[in-house]
Design a protein around this ligand. Sequence first.
Ligand code: CA2
Length: 148
Amino acid sequence: MSDVIYVLNGPNLNLLGLREPEIYGSESLRDVESLCRISAEKEGFSSNFFQSNAESALIDFLHQARENAVAIVMNPAAYAHTSVAILDALKCFYGPVAEVHISNIYKRESFRQHSYISSYVDCVIVGCGIRGYQIAIECLIDKLRNSP
Ligand code: CA2
């Protein structure tokens, strides 16, 4: 079995740390990538980190995950609130999936308070900053180890 956890990030997250630090903190996406790598490797897993501003590229990466990944962490960014296509692509993956939002989307504008993927994924982590990615990886590994 593969030991790779795919970590997907949606549009504009490449700008993390460069704007709106009061909402998203001051760490960069590179920092998130390191945090994910360290969190996975500490438990004997590896990570494959990806960011795109394009919905189709995220969907292609989810299809790739189907063949190669044991679990997925996804911050779909604004696509959480708009994309049935990303939900459909996630439904093709059979391992555990965690949704992460750096900010607490439930404290923000009403259009951010609905996510198409939340009712499908195994865990949802919001408002914990970039530590949410670490929590997600730990939670997914627990699920992998405890699933029959
Ligand atoms: O809180 C999150 O992680 C979000 O997924 C981030 C998305 C937003 O559309 C979601 O509602 C919540 C936005 C990502 C934009 O990231 C930026 C970060 C810094 C500067 C500019 C954009």
